[in-house]
Design a protein around this ligand. Structure first.
Ligand SMILES: Cc1cc2nc3c(=O)[nH]c(=O)nc-3n(C[C@H](O)[C@H](O)[C@H](O)COP(=O)(O)O)c2cc1C
Length: 201
């Protein structure tokens, strides 16, 4: 399995680890990417969640039938990307086809990746945030619930929509908004911000 490799896109900036949980706090669907023994793969996951602030941790459900799970188990590392509206079709595609039966899955869905120095899992172009994770093995959870826990060791975001520790979707083009999966190809798109509290209504 190969994917087109590109240089790090413009606008990608590191996110401090103490702010990494905010990349998932609004509940976006993610892309899970992993690499092992010369194979790379990407799948979609709606069941991904922040688990802790610092060191930041995440959970993600990886079904036993997925090829990506085997790469995560084999390598002990994975990345989560937060896809934008611009790659909604890709997100549905890599979540529908399995590399187990569609060997050219990544090329078929136009997946283009870049790499972060010192980290094997590829990062998917068109996402607006990326979290590089080290698997914290919890074999019972993995076996019984397909639930994987990762410690976030590095994070990045597209500065057009996430900067100074906050999302700024309202000030960016709509195609950069993140996605929330329902079922059957239907997504909701991240909506308007509502500030509640001292500075809000
Ligand atoms: C939007 C979307 C969200 C999904 N969420 C999950 C999920 O949270 N966990 C999971 O195991 N599979 C989920 N899937 C299904 C996998 O992405 C799918 O089985 C995929 O084909 C696995 O690819 P692979 O076998 O190449 O790794 C989702 C599919 C879609 C389209």
């Amino acid at each position: 399995m190969t994917a087109t490799t590109i240089p790090t896109p413009e606008h990608v900036q590191p996110v401090p680890l103490d702010k990494a949980y905010r990349l998932l706090n609004h509940g976006p669907t993610v892309l899970v990417s992993a690499a092992h023994a010369g194979e790379i793969n990407v799948m979609s996951a709606a069941w991904a969640c922040a688990l802790d602030f610092l060191p930041p941790k995440v959970t993600v459900v990886l079904d036993k039938a997925t090829r990506t799970r085997a790469l995560v188990e084999g390598s002990g590392v994975f990345a989560l990307g937060v896809p934008s509206v611009g790659i909604a079709a890709l997100t549905l595609g890599v979540g529908t086809d399995s590399a187990a039966s569609v060997p050219d899955k990544l090329a078929r869905h136009g997946v283009r990746c870049f790499s972060a120095e010192g980290h094997a899992p590829p990062l998917v172009e068109g996402c607006v945030a990326w979290l590089m994770c080290r698997l914290l093995p919890e074999l019972r959870n993995q076996h019984t619930y397909d639930l994987f826990i990762g410690e976030v060791v590095a994070a990045w975001a597209d500065e057009r929509v996430f900067r100074a520790g906050r999302w700024h979707f309202d000030e960016a083009p709509d195609h950069l908004r993140s996605l929330h999966y329902v079922a059957g190809g239907q997504f909701y798109v991240t909506g308007a911000s509502l500030q509640v509290g001292r500075d809000g209504p």
